[in-house]
Design a protein around this ligand. Sequence first.
Ligand code: FAD
Ligand code: NAD
Length: 459
Amino acid sequence: QSDTFPNGSKRKTLVILGSGWGSVSLLKNLDTTLYNVVVVSPRNYFLFTPLLPSTPVGTIELKSIVEPVRTIARRSHGEVHYYEAEAYDVDPENKTIKVKSSAKNNDYDLDLKYDYLVVGVGAQPNTFGTPGVYEYSSFLKEISDAQEIRLKIMSSIEKAASLSPKDPERARLLSFVVVGGGPTGVEFAAELRDYVDQDLRKWMPELSKEIKVTLVEALPNILNMFDKYLVDYAQDLFKEEKIDLRLKTMVKKVDATTITAKTGDGDIENIPYGVLVWATGNAPREVSKNLMTKLEEQDSRRGLLIDNKLQLLGAKGSIFAIGDCTFHPGLFPTAQVAHQEGEYLAQYFKKAYKIDQLNWKMTHAKDDSEVARLKNQIVKTQSQIEDFKYNHKGALAYIGSDKAIADLAVGEAKYRLAGSFTFLFWKSAYLAMCLSFRNRVLVAMDWAKVYFLGRDSSI
Ligand code: FAD
Ligand code: NAD
């Protein structure tokens, strides 16, 4: 794709950081013939996060929920350059970014120039500075996290099996603790309990009875973004399923074998664990923090501040930010928000191209009347760019034993659904949301495989 259009105007460079929900939604909807499109992301695939909690126990295979960036790029009409690299420094003044690749046999460091930059780098796990979390726990955000958790579960079970039932070390190894009662922690605890009750029970009936799943949450309830009725439903089910819910319990410290928490009564409690999964929400990534230091208007530590057109405050219309890396009232860090923001920006860049073309024509206008006519068209096109409006369709969560909850919004109406029928709805909604036909088929096959053959218990 050449650097100029047939009329001689310059094709502007649009750099997109990230290959997650926001960036991929933008890429899929963007007219890539209008820009030099450059994608930079250390992850060369899109990850369908809603089914990630199903992967460590083998309900869903990891390969079923990823889609390569190259495949997505190939489907667009224009050319897309992809760098498997990480952006680490943005210079809004000179419109350049520094990127580095640390891939094996392909490490490089380079500067990229942009006319427009879209930051969709997501967030990193938040530990709130709790000592020991990085050293001893696993997060659940990436493919590598799911693989690590699976390995820890399997080796804990095997180690415990070699010890006598009376050995306290065996009880510790079979204590699986999840910290954070948001949807990530809840869905993973539910999947873990399913695995133990539906599959492990068949192969290791005695040992499986000794496995304890504990969910620790600092607040008085889990799933705080859901309706109270659904929260109660989920908490009651957890009690039935024997997931030990420790509410109003804030983890203060973690060491190699035990977590130390403070309860609502102010007591200190020690909970021994064999496997620990930490899911206490999001914190800004280093590259987002770097950008915050460059712009005076960026005075929030919770994320990049944007206006209603998703433009980064202080960046004079050349930088946009979407998804989990941003902080904006009413926009939660969810896939749904990031996806809609990506769609919005694709439309925005269509209009931006039109305005850039009109500006170019204005600099080549023959007379004043043509300048005035083009100016009018620019004002009209600018006024056609509406603010981003988030359309909340609701929230879904899997809560175990083939049951799910759904807090749905259809126009002004709200619906609260819970139970086995909702689980079928949950499955069909996620199948519909899968990025490609290939993903859809693989996920459906994984579910069918588990239904007929059970989960795989090998590593
Ligand atoms: P991400 O999807 O996280 O993508 C960020 C991208 O940026 C990645 O490709 C990453 O590799 C890349 N990147 C990172 N650093 C750099 C860098 N320095 N330079 C360039 N690229 C970089 N939301 C829902 O709405 N429904 C759900 O059911 C749901 N389930 C979830 C389950 C789990 C286990 C998790 C962890 C999250 C879930 N979410 C869900 C939240 C949802 O995944 C996020 O809100 C969504 O991924 C945000 O999209 P994003 O594009 O901002 O970031
Ligand atoms: P979250 O922020 O939603 O929940 C984290 C929980 O951890 C909070 O309830 C918090 O009180 C608790 N916590 C924090 N520190 C603690 C401590 N020291 N001890 C005990 N508890 C502590 O985080 P998440 O579940 O990772 O979700 C992140 C985002 O992704 C959210 O916006 C969520 O809506 C979205 N998400 C959505 C779904 C879904 O819709 N099914 C699934 C997963 C994630």
